[in-house]
Design a protein around this ligand. Structure first.
Ligand SMILES: Cc1cc2nc3c(=O)[nH]c(=O)nc-3n(C[C@H](O)[C@H](O)[C@H](O)COP(=O)(O)OP(=O)(O)OC[C@H]3O[C@@H](n4cnc5c(N)ncnc54)[C@H](O)[C@@H]3O)c2cc1C
Length: 388
């Protein structure tokens, strides 16, 4: 739907929600369409909430590195996994950025461009294809509205949750860790499949997360917080102080929530299903949407490139959601640990494509076969040729 030609435009792009998705779109547009006017509306005072976002650098399309690279705060050469009976090193740059970094970089870009405006403290009540109504009744008009108001606004369709409490800690004794631990499952298993996740930001500063793949979204934050402090020594960390607490309950749906409507506002980010149902992570899909919007003229957003992208994300999203259906519907808690161990028998490139939502048909077959508990483990090992 187009706005009537006599309507006063507040911006070409009206970006609703100043989280990860719209921050990526803004940065991509700023680089590729410097003439475009952008108005970003965020209800809070800062952009990006309170997160550490991590991703494999391969999750980003190579063409996105120009606008996305300034966001990256930490880089490691790969990551480690520990299971009860095996360990695994996955090669490939792993990166992280914080909400503060996202806020800083986006504001820096906006500060240098008169045609990019950020309005914080602006709560949006409703969106249409070309207009936005704020909670104070003001109506703003744009040529394209991208509604990315985050997970709270998204539909849920079965499956389970990746839920976690993370503590960013100052350490009493420095540790030498050259890479993150993506999964350490050698902890007491409860409430689904449980593991620790560790990001080493500096010798004396780490993020330790207690994570669960569970059917139940409930999270007892203070108990888990105390648990992390109590278990830290066993993981090799002496905590001096807790600097920050991060909490997440990410839906892992068993049916895709991906929305590709051509009517109304463009539903982006988590709410539009632009995330990996198999991990609950959204950076890879959000970057692809940002790439698309910045690569086509605003009047051609829903052209052939959009249809190709939508088809691709839909297939990936359905497959990954199907894996959730199996994991949360058919495997009990103890089997999920085995399932994960099996999955990481797969070669690095298959793992990378799984995270990046680039899984090929052959990968799908390998994930279903090598990664499944019904396949002899030896066969999987031979197929995987893991590097360690
Ligand atoms: C703690 C945590 C850690 C995560 N870690 C990772 C990770 O490591 N890697 C990864 O890829 N994914 C991660 N995710 C998942 C996913 O990337 C995030 O949820 C991501 O932030 C989703 O992006 P988004 O833009 O859709 O939503 P959000 O980033 O949540 O942004 C939505 C924004 O909209 C604003 N908003 C909401 N309603 C309104 C309104 N009515 N008016 C105006 N503004 C509004 C919110 O304040 C928010 O700023 C994590 C999620 C959480 C919660």
């Amino acid at each position: 739907m187009k706005a009537p030609s006599n309507t006063r435009m507040d911006a070409d792009y009206l970006l609703v929600g100043g989280g990860l998705q719209n921050a990526l779109i803004l940065l991509a547009l700023a680089e590729r369409q410097p003439e475009a006017s952008i108005l970003l509306l965020e209800r809070e005072d800062a952009l990006g909430g309170n997160h550490i976002w991590s991703f494999q650098t391969l999750d980003l399309p190579a063409s996105a590195m120009g606008w996305a690279a300034p966001l990256i705060e930490y880089r490691w050469p790969g990551y480690q996994l520990h299971f009860r009976e095996s360990s695994r090193w996955v090669e490939g740059v792993y990166s992280s950025l914080s909400s503060e970094q996202l806020d800083r970089v986006v504001r820096q870009v906006a500060a240098t461009r008169a045609n990019i405006r950020i309005q914080t403290g602006a709560t949006v009540a409703s969106c249409d294809a070309c207009s936005v109504t704020l909670s104070d009744g003001r109506v703003l008009h744009g040529r394209l509205v991208v509604d990315a108001r985050g997970p709270d606004n998204g539909a849920r369709r079965g499956g389970g949750y990746q839920k976690f409490v993370g503590l960013e800690c100052r350490l009493r004794q420095p540790v030498s860790m050259s890479a993150p631990i993506l999964m350490d499952t050698r902890c007491a298993q409860r409430d689904g499949f449980r593991f620790h996740y560790v990001l080493p930001f500096a010798e004396d500063r780490v993020l330790i997360e207690d994570t669960y793949f569970s059917n139940d979204p409930a999270l007892d934050v203070s108990t888990l917080r105390d648990g992390i402090v109590a278990e830290a020594a066993g993981l090799g960390f002496e905590i001096e102080s807790v600097l920050r607490t991060e909490v997440g309950v990410l839906p892992m749906p068993s049916f895709s929530t991906f929305s590709s409507r051509h009517r109304g506002p463009l539903q982006g980010g988590y709410a539009g299903g632009w995330f990996n149902p198999g991990t609950g992570y959204s950076l890879a899909a959000a970057a692809r949407l940002a790439e698309h919007l910045s690569s086509v003229p605003i009047d051609a957003v829903y052209g052939p490139a959009w249809r190709r992208l939508v088809r691709h994300i839909r297939v990936q999203s359905h497959f990954l959601a199907f894996l959730n259906l199996l994991m949360f519907g058919f495997f009990h808690d103890a089997q999920r640990t085995k399932l994960m161990e099996r999955f990481y028998l797969l070669p690095d490139d298959v793992v990378h494509r799984f995270f990046a939502m680039e899984t090929t048909l052959v990968d799908m077959w390998r994930i279903m076969w090598v990664g499944a508990p019904w396949t002899p483990k030896g066969w999987g090992k031979r197929a995987a040729c893991p590097s360690d």
